[in-house]
Design a protein around this ligand. Structure first.
Ligand SMILES: Cc1cc2nc3c(=O)[nH]c(=O)nc-3n(C[C@H](O)[C@H](O)[C@H](O)COP(=O)(O)OP(=O)(O)OC[C@H]3O[C@@H](n4cnc5c(N)ncnc54)[C@H](O)[C@@H]3O)c2cc1C
Length: 459
C-alpha cells in the first residue's frame, strides 16, 4: 500500500529519476538493489532468474492464477534516436539479445506444466526485434496500397497473373496480408521501372528499398522462430498492441503468423485496443478472415495504454484523433467487442478461439462474466479468460482465481536496474495504470466475491 501511495504523489513521480539516484548514492548499490526489490521492483516485477520466476508463477498458481510471462528488455541507451549508421550495430545487438531472451522465456514457461494444466502465455513486443521505423514504413505502405486496391480492380488480377500461387485467396484476405503487400510493392515499383512512367494512381506508393526488405526478412525470421517455438512447447504467444503508427504492420504480422500456426489451435494472439474508434470493425474483420481462411482467432482485449501520445500526435499533425472521444465511448467499445467475441466463441465451438480480457476494471470483468453466463460458455475450457498485471488489482485476480475462473497475471521480469527504468517510464506515461491507492485500498473483496460467486453458480 505504501508503494501505491508513493506512486500517486505527483512530486515523487515527476522527480523519480533524481530521487532514485540520490537514494542509490546514500545506500550504496547493493543495499539500494535490496531496498528496491522489497518495494517498487518487487511489487510489480520479478527478478530475471529462472528459479525466482518459476517460484513466483507457482505461488500465483496456488491461488488459481495461470502463468503469463513477459520479458522486459533493458533500455537501448543512446541508440534509438541517435545519429543513425554509427548506432546500427548496437541496435542490432539489442534486437538479437531480446530475441534470444524471449526464446529463453518459452523454456521457462514450459516448465510451468509441472504445476499447471492451463496453457501458459508469453507476451512480447514486435518493437523488441526490429527498428520501429520499419514498422512505421510498412504501416504506411499497407495503407497506401489498400487505398489503391479500393479503386483499381485490375491491380490484384495483374498481381495474380504474375504470382499464380496467390490465386486461392479473396481480395479481403490479400488486403490483410503483409507478405502480399511486400510482394505487391515490388511489382508496382518494377512496373514503374519497366514503363519509365508511373501511372497517376501508383506514383505515391513509397518504395520498400532493399535495406527495408532485408530488415523485414530478418524480423519475419525472428517472429517465425518464436511462433514455431510457441507451437512446439505448447504455449500461446501474444504480441502487444503499440502506437497506431506501428499497429497496421503489427496487426498484419500477427495475422500472417496466425495463418501459419493457428490452424489447429490459437497459438498466436493479437492485441486489440478498445480506446481506438476502429477496433470494433477491425476485430469483426479479423474474425471473418479467420473463419474464411481456416485459422483460429486469438486476441487479448485491452482499453489501450498510449492515449496521451495518440492525442498529442493527432493534434500536432492535425489528423483525426484515432481515440474515442470519451472514457464512456471506450467502455462501450469494450462492451461491443466482448459481446461480439463471446457470441463467436459460442458459435465456433470449443478450442477454436482464445480471447483474453485484460483489464483492471471490475465492471468490465463482471460484464464479461454476465455475457458468459448468458451464452452458457464452459469456463473450464479456457477459450475465454481474464488477465491483470502482476502487483496490480490483486483483489480482482485473487477473487477470480479463488472462484475457479480462468485468470492470468502478466509477470514482467528483468534485472532490478532495467526493471526500475521500465517502471519509471510506465509510471510517467500512464500514472493511473500503476498508481491508484484508493482502489487498491478499497479491496471490495467481499462484494466482488459475492457478485462473481452469484455468476459462477449460474454458469
Ligand atoms: C494483462 C494486461 C496486458 C496489457 N497489454 C496491453 C497492450 O498490449 N497494449 C496496450 O496498449 N495496453 C495494454 N494494457 C494496458 C491497458 O490497455 C490499459 O491501459 C490498462 O489496463 C487500463 O485499462 P483498464 O481497462 O484496466 O482500466 P480503466 O481504468 O477502466 O480504463 C483506463 C483506460 O481507459 C481509456 N480511457 C481513459 N480515459 C479516456 C478518455 N477520456 N477517452 C477515451 N478513453 C479513455 C484508456 O485506455 C485508459 O488506459 C494491458 C493491460 C493488462 C492488464
Amino acid at each position: 500500500m505504501l508503494v501505491f501511495g508513493l506512486c500517486s504523489i505527483d512530486y515523487l513521480v515527476d522527480n523519480q529519476t533524481k530521487i532514485l539516484k540520490l537514494t542509490r548514492n546514500i545506500f550504496g548499490k547493493k543495499l539500494f538493489a535490496l531496498l528496491m526489490e522489497w518495494t517498487f521492483f518487487g511489487q510489480f516485477m520479478v527478478r530475471e532468474e529462472e528459479g525466482k520466476i518459476l517460484e513466483g508463477l507457482r505461488k500465483l498458481n496456488e491461488r488459481g492464477i495461470s502463468p503469463m510471462l513477459a520479458y522486459t528488455a533493458p533500455e537501448l541507451h543512446g541508440s534509438v534516436d541517435g545519429d543513425g549508421a554509427s548506432n546500427e550495430p548496437a541496435k542490432e545487438q539489442w534486437y538479437l539479445n531480446n530475441f534470444n531472451s524471449v526464446l529463453k522465456s518459452f523454456h521457462i514457461a514450459a516448465k510451468c506444466y509441472s504445476f499447471t494444466k492451463t496453457r501458459p502465455i508469453i507476451t512480447t513486443k514486435v518493437t523488441f526485434f526490429v527498428d520501429h521505423s520499419l514498422l512505421v514504413l510498412l504501416s504506411s505502405v499497407i495503407q497506401q496500397q489498400n487505398a489503391l486496391l479500393l479503386h483499381n480492380n485490375q491491380l490484384v488480377d495483374s498481381f495474380i497473373s504474375k504470382n499464380p500461387t496467390w490465386n486461392t485467396r479473396s481480395k479481403e484476405s490479400l488486403k490483410n496480408d503483409l507478405i502480399f503487400h511486400v510482394e505487391l510493392n515490388k511489382m508496382i515499383h518494377s512496373e514503374r521501372y519497366e514503363n519509365h512512367s508511373p501511372t497517376k494512381e501508383n506514383e505515391d506508393v513509397v518504395k520498400l528499398q532493399d535495406a527495408h526488405l532485408n530488415l523485414f526478412e530478418k524480423l519475419r525470421g525472428r517472429m517465425d522462430k518464436l511462433c514455431l517455438t510457441a507451437q512446439q512447447t505448447n504455449l500461446s504467444l501474444n504480441f502487444d498492441a503499440e502506437q497506431t503508427y506501428l499497429q497496421t504492420a503489427i496487426e498484419m504480422l500477427c495475422i500472417h503468423f496466425q495463418r501459419l500456426y493457428n490452424e489447429c489451435a490459437p497459438v498466436v494472439l493479437n492485441t486489440y485496443q478498445c480506446y481506438l474508434k476502429r477496433t470494433g470493425d477491425v476485430i469483426e474483420n479479423h474474425v471473418t478472415l479467420a473463419k474464411q481462411d481456416g485459422f483460429c482467432f486469438g486476441g487479448k482485449i485491452v482499453r489501450g495504454a498510449y492515449i496521451d501520445e495518440e492525442r498529442r500526435l493527432a493534434k500536432e499533425k492535425q489528423t483525426v484523433d484515432p481515440v474515442n472521444p470519451t472514457y464512456a465511448a471506450t467502455t462501450s467499445m469494450y462492451q461491443r467487442v466482448s459481446e461480439f467475441l463471446i457470441n463467436q466463441v459460442k458459435c465456433q465451438g470449443e478450442g477454436r478461439m482464445r480471447v483474453i480480457f485484460a483489464t483492471h476494471n471490475e465492471d468490465s470483468v463482471t460484464d464479461v462474466l454476465n455475457r458468459l453466463r448468458e451464452k452458457e460458455i464452459n469456463m473450464d475450457v479456457g477459450d475465454v479468460s481474464f488477465a491483470q498485471l502482476y502487483g496490480t488489482r490483486d483483489f480482482i485476480s485473487y477473487t477470480l482465481g479463488s472462484l475457479g475462473y480462468p485468470v492470468s497475471k502478466m509477470v514482467h521480469y528483468s534485472n532490478p536496474v532495467d526493471g526500475l527504468a521500465y517502471l519509471s517510464r510506465r509510471l510517467t506515461e500512464n500514472r493511473s495504470g500503476l498508481a491508484s491507492p484508493e482502489i487498491e485500498r478499497r479491496l471490495p473483496v467481499v462484494e466482488l466475491k459475492r457478485r462473481l460467486f452469484e455468476r459462477r453458480k449460474n454458469i
